[in-house]
Design a protein around this ligand. Structure first.
Ligand SMILES: Cc1cc2nc3c(=O)[nH]c(=O)nc-3n(C[C@H](O)[C@H](O)[C@H](O)COP(=O)(O)OP(=O)(O)OC[C@H]3O[C@@H](n4cnc5c(N)ncnc54)[C@H](O)[C@@H]3O)c2cc1C
Ligand code: FES
Length: 1220
């Protein structure tokens, strides 16, 4: 598996150690399958699980299957691997094994899954490259009714392309793969559960298991009595079931438990009991099992008895991903009383009881306000254990509902959640009992008991709900409420949920007593429907030339050359490179202050395994730090766990410096800018402003974005021991820069440093400059110690240290007349942090006019200096920010505007090296790095086309400074443009040399010609070169030719918003993209979809937050939400513009990696339109600010209504406020 998810398993990383593997359980990267012999049944069950969260001791008796275990290229690949690969479901391939294993687990349990089961299985897996569509397409082929292509007829804008407008010799194709060639899934061929483990499972009740780690002891008792005795002897030892809470606490919060008790084998904690009154479920039952149990109960019992069950199911649908639900236990979720528990509010509202036992006896504790707030004796004592939870059946006249709103609809902790229950006097709508519990507001779930009590006896009507909202708002205004700065939104959610509950109950009462209640107004009906994740329907269109020779691969949807290896886990990433003898590991120590002088430092550690190479004290050359997360020193040790642990021992004394600047606004206030300010001007803006009437002024802020490449920054430096030579294996988009920096810090010529990049697990611009810094630090350590040194950043450090997309503030003044913009004056500021990146602002300005021609235009751009980690290149390079500013004022001016994007790139030189061997095989190396964008695949197509040989003869190996020197970064989408030309050049040189031989023997074969050339001493090796295009820009004069050509694209998106919660759903997106003549339509469509979904993330959900002290709070998949399967449009179509030519690039193609990212803003503007429509209904003005990302909070708070007003007026006790 990539980044060694599988490797972690194979190497047996010490999961008894809190530092464990590097992931955090929220991304599904380290997914593997756990086969367990069920405790009660003599059969095995198959679960997907996240390796990073599983303590190795808990696997005793379990069978494990990693992706390597289900198939490989040496024997046979599994149908799941084949289909995901052949459907183009992998790009960088780093997430692919996780995807494969999630679907494999599903197929083991359901060989013909439904589409809902597929989306559910993939909800916990993140992919940053593909946009999920091709992965889903591959998985859909296992459904009974598979590959239902949606037909575009249901949109008025869908008009069939006029065939007469097409080149007659070309046809439109809609298939990117051929399902007929897939091997069938044969469940009888699957691995069986090892019989010896089955026997062991049967016998395992007999003995206590104890494992001693370096610092931790794991005890797994066999009986409840023994468990209670252990808990009495070690009251502070946690009971670890799923480890989804204890694990992250130990890894990331510094919590340490020397003894851990595992109750997994205690039968009492795994029993399920069905009675007439309800269900009693063992505390150790997994949430997945609880979901199954409740679903069965809902099917079997009368509807009126299952209200609590249904409300719990509502929460379980979106709680974590499938891998989390498979492991996390019911008891674990309850006992911790976390404010984010989705179950506690419902269990408490539903009057559930807990069965608790200790050596002192058994107790029944109500799961109520006292328990949740830990009041009096209600809290569990350290020696007590939760055995089971009783969930009662509901009764007639009782209604129970659950609500939650999160940053992302699935696999995200809730911002606020709620469980609500009302019981009416028999045959009436008079409230007899009422309870409301909220999560996300305080440190634990809270109850608004006072409000509920005062509503008893009231009838269920408008007035009641109005009073209820006011009462609840008053009651929840508790100290500390505003800690996370979302107070207003949270308060709004509280009342919005209550209003939803009111309507749900009203609907229920109407169904019970149809004569007594009127039909609900249609506009309210939509409030009752939650957004569902449906499997996307998609279509892809591209043009093919039927005249083309069948053996010519250019223009065909050829599978990514490494995708089978991605799917089998055989593709090697930096961290997969086998350990070198006596290899050391490096971990970095980072600044904890945003702006400070380093006064002193000391390393207090004296650890057996640590080999520090700094002095004991005052070892810094660095005198000042400029942001939290700045690398100040590093520690090397014999394992990554030891190195990481040692970093905690480094103590640094700081002296605070002023000012601390954390935002663009603060930078403007302190006049903290980098020079020079850039300006572009055309026409006469000042004159135009004097003559035109209508003026529009406004501003928009676009937040930053984290690259969130799946493979974090990784480097391995191996000193060769002679002549100061070093091999540097680095996950980098710019190996030459890493080579130069390493050579410079070691003070050796560049010819001693050999940089190698086999593939990169996603880069998106974040691996252009940053990996070189890490490589240089690691090389210093390798040079000093004489050992190979490896450094792999964990996700949290990677996010903290490396920076991301530049935030952007655009202020505009626009003059327009009769719908035509006559003049625009735009001032923009990027947040560059403490290291300038002038090219970002320059590119932003150069592209700011986007696809519009404005006669009088002035753009100003300034980069500000802050005390945050330096931002860097990110897909689109300033364009996605500046073009959003433009689109904002354009949409403000125009009632209806057609959205188009134009992007352009500055081109650079590059070279290549092509060898032909005497057996006819061809080895190609070029300056581009394989980041998942399919560059090696396209280069193989180019080579095949040029040399006229099958792609099977061609091999593209690693990118290396040894074979291709002085390369440019693989960035700005131009990899294939320039490297393709360089390879073409080399191939043509070789063809020229072979021409006389071919002429003499036209009937000969490629191998014969090559052999003959060898015998005639003709060189079969050639370099190729492409000098790029002449581009220039004179900023003094504001003139130049900065771009060679433009890429055009247009997107139309449709969304639905929930005005009460701020949630939104992407219903449909249609994209048409001009990619010239696509070299590989599957790769290009994949790039378009992936970039679009990354753009949707940028503009609608990915939000970076910092503490007031400049510490990045969003440092992992649990806090920072990138789009998941639930976020892609339900209907998603991509068409490549037909009959498009681009004579300026290879084979008339166009650069495509970046432009479609901007099209993600079509979703942003669709949301804005939807908000405007909601505001119009309420008589509110249509001009309002919507900053990016348009998170649920922004959406909700701009959909101003009586609830937001109520919150803003802070508990206005005005009886005139009505809700309807
Ligand atoms: C990526 C991710 C996403 C998540 N998303 C959500 C979400 O959306 N909504 C949500 O509600 N939760 C979410 N969670 C939290 C998850 O539901 C809880 O962590 C889980 O239910 C805890 O169960 P566990 O078995 O893993 O607990 P463990 O980590 O094994 O143990 C947790 C604690 O509970 C105690 N404990 C466990 N069983 C007993 C018992 N029988 N008696 C006494 N004490 C006991 C242990 O002593 C320990 O202190 C998420 C977690 C992760 C990692
Ligand atoms: S292919 Fe999914 S993260 Fe790269």
């Amino acid at each position: 598996m990539p980044g060694s998810p599988g490797g972690a398993l194979v190497w047996g990383s010490p999961w008894l150690d809190p530092w464990g593997p590097r992931a955090r359980g929220g991304c599904g990267l380290l997914c593997f399958i756990l086969h367990l012999a069920a405790l009660l049944l003599y059969n095995a069950r198959h679960y997907s699980a996240n390796a990073c969260l599983i303590p190795i001791c808990s696997l005793y008796g379990a069978a494990i299957t990693t992706v390597e275990g289900i198939g490989n290229t040496k024997s046979r690949i599994h149908p799941v691997q084949e289909r995901i690969a052949k459907c183009h479901g992998s790009q960088c391939g780093f997430c692919t094994p996780g995807m494969v294993m999630s679907i494999y687990a599903l197929l083991r349990n359901h060989p013909e899954p439904t589409s809902e089961q597929i989306t559910e299985a993939l909800a916990g897996n993140l992919c940053r490259c593909t946009g999920y569509r091709p992965i889903i397409d591959g998985c859909k082929t296992f459904c009974k009714v598979s590959r239902s292509k949606f037909n575009n007829q249901n949109c008025c804008l869908d008009v069939e392309e006029n065939p007469s407008s097409l080149d007659k010799e070309k046809v439109i194709c809609t298939e990117l793969f051929t399902p007929e060639e897939f091997q069938p899934l044969d469940p009888t061929k699957e691995l069986i559960f090892p019989p010896e483990l089955m026997v062991m499972a049967n016998d395992q009740q007999k003995r206590t298991l104890i494992f001693h780690g370096e610092r931790i002891t794991w005890i797994s008792p066999v009986s409840l009595k023994e468990l209670l005795e252990l808990k009495t002897s070690f009251p502070r030892a946690p009971l670890v079931v799923g480890n989804t809470s204890v694990g992250p606490d130990m890894k990331f919060k510094g919590v340490f438990h020397p003894i851990i008790i595992s109750p997994a084998r205690i039968l009492d904690l795994n029993l399920v009991n069905y009675t007439k009154n309800g269900l009693t479920i063992g505390a150790s039952c997994s949430l997945a099992l609880v979901k199954d149990i409740l679903e069965n109960a809902v099917l079997e019992l009368p509807r009126e008895n299952t209200k609590v069950f249904c409300a719990l199911l509502q929460q379980l649908k979106t709680l974590g991903g499938q891998q989390i639900r498979n492991m996390a236990s019911l008891g674990g979720n309850i006992i911790q009383r976390h404010t984010t528990s989705d179950l506690n509010p419902v269990l408490a509202a539903g009057n559930c009881t807990l069965s608790v036992v200790s050596l002192r006896g058994r107790l029944q504790i109500p799961l109520n306000e006292q328990f949740l707030t830990g009041f009096g004796n209600a809290i569990l004592q350290p020696d007590e254990i939760l055995v089971s939870v009783h969930i009662p059946c509901s009764e007639t006249g009782e209604f129970v509902s659950a609500f939650r709103q999160a940053q992302r609809r699935e696999n995200a902790l809730p911002i606020v959640n709620a469980g609500m229950r009302v019981l009416f006097k028999s045959g009436t709508d008079t409230i007899m009992d009422f309870s409301i519990f909220y999560g996300g507001l305080a440190s634990t779930t809270i109850c608004v008991n006072k409000s509920c009590q005062s509503l008893i006896g009231r009838c269920w009507n408008e007035q009641m709900v109005g009073d209820a909202c006011r009462l609840v708002l008053e009651e929840v205004s508790i100290p500390g409420f505003t800690q996370d700065g979302r107070a207003e939104y949270k308060q709004t959610l509280i009342v919005s949920f209550l209003f939803k509950f009111y309507l749900q109950v009203l609907q229920g009462l109407r169904q019970m007593y149809p004569c007594r209640y009127h039909d609900m107004p249609v506009r309210w009906m939509s409030i009752l429907q939650d957004f569902q994740t449906r499997i996307p329907q998609s279509s892809q269109k591209y043009q093919v030339n039927p005249e083309q020779l069948p053996q010519d691969p250019v223009g065909r949807p050829i599978m990514h050359q490494a995708s089978i290896k991605h799917a089998t886990g055989e593709a090697t990433y930096c961290d997969d490179i086998r350990a070198v003898d006596k290899e050391l590991f490096l971990a970095v120590v980072t600044s904890s202050r945003p702006h400070a002088k380093i006064v002193s430092s000391c390393a207090l550690f004296k650890m057996a395994h640590s080999k520090q190479y700094f002095h004991q004290s005052n070892f810094f050359y660095l005198l000042q730090v400029n942001c939290v997360g700045q690398i100040v020193c590093a520690v090397v040790a014999d394992s990554d766990v030891h190195a990481k642990r040692a970093t905690v021992k480094v103590k640094i004394t700081y002296e605070a410096l002023e000012p601390v600047i954390l935002t663009i606004e603060e930078a403007i206030k302190h006049n903290s800018f980098f020079d020079p300010e850039r300006k572009l001007e055309q026409g006469n803006v000042d004159e135009a402003f004097e003559t035109v009437d209508h003026v529009l002024e406004g501003e928009i802020y676009i937040g930053g974005q984290e690259h969130f490449y799946m493979e974090t920054q990784s480097v391995l430096v191996v000193p060769k021991g002679e002549d100061k030579e070093m091999d540097v294996y680095v996950s980098s988009q710019h190996p030459t820069f890493a080579q130069e920096l390493v050579a410079s810090v070691l003070n050796v010529p560049s010819n001693r440093v050999m940089c190698h990049v086999k593939r990169v697990g996603g880069g998106f611009g974040g691996k252009v400059t940053k990996p070189a810094i890490l490589a240089a630090i690691t090389a210093v350590a390798a040079n000093k110690t004489g050992h190979a040194v490896r450094c792999i950043l964990d996700r949290g450090d990677d996010m903290l240290i490396t920076g991301g997309r530049h935030p952007f503030l655009g202020k505009y003044r626009v003059k327009y007349k009769l719908g035509k913009v006559r003049a625009a004056d735009i001032k923009s500021v990027t947040e560059s942090s403490f290291f300038p990146y002038p090219k970002i602002m320059e590119t932003a300005l150069l592209r700011m006019d986007n696809a519009y021609k404005i006669p009088n235009l002035r753009f100003w751009g300034h980069a500000c200096k802050t005390n945050l980690p330096s931002n860097t290149a990110f897909r689109g390079f300033g364009f996605p920010q500046s073009a959003l500013v433009t689109e904002s004022w354009i949409t403000d001016v125009a009632v209806k505007s057609e959205r188009q994007s134009g992007s352009n790139y500055i081109f650079y030189w590059t070279n290549s090296l092509v060898h032909i061997y005497t057996d006819g095989s061809v080895l190609v190396t070029h300056g581009g790095v394989e980041l998942g964008q399919g560059i090696h695949t396209k280069i193989m197509q180019v080579t095949s086309h040029e040399l006229r040989i099958p792609t099977s003869y061609i091999h593209v190996c690693e990118t290396s400074t040894v074979t291709v020197p002085n390369t440019r970064p693989t960035a700005a989408s131009i990899g294939t443009d320039i490297n393709g030309m360089a390879v073409k050049n080399a191939c043509q040189t070789l063809l020229k040399r072979l021409a006389p031989i071919k002429e003499k023997n036209p009937e000969g074969t490629w191998r014969e010609w090559v052999r003959e050339a060898f015998h005639q001493s003709i060189s079969l090796s050639a370099t190729g070169f492409f000098r790029g295009y002449d581009t220039n820009m004179n900023w003094e004069k504001g003139e130049g030719h900065p771009f060679e050509y433009f890429v055009y694209g247009t997107a139309c998106s449709e969304v639905e918003i929930d005005c009460l919660t701020g949630d939104h759903k992407n219903i449909r997106t249609d994209i048409v993209m001009d990619v010239g003549c696509s070299i590989n339509p599957a790769v290009d469509i994949g790039q378009i979809e992936g970039a679009f979904v990354q753009g949707v993330g940028l503009y609608t959900m990915e939000e970076l937050t910092y503490s007031p002290k400049g510490v990045l709070c969003t440092r992992g998949p649990d806090q920072y939400k990138i789009p998941a399967v639930c976020d892609i449009p339900e209907h998603f179509s991509v068409s490549l513009l037909s009959s498009s030519q681009n004579p300026r690039a290879i084979y008339s193609s166009k650069a495509i990696g970046e432009p479609a990212l901007f099209l993600g803003c079509s979703v942003f503007f669709a949301i804005k339109d939807a908000i405007a429509a909601a505001r119009k209904e309420r008589g509110l003005p249509g001009n309002f600010t919507l900053n990016s990302p348009s998170t649920p909070e922004w959406i909700r708070m701009t959909c101003v209504d009586q609830f937001t007003k109520m919150v803003r007026n802070c508990f206005l006790k005005d009886p005139r406020v009505h809700f309807l």
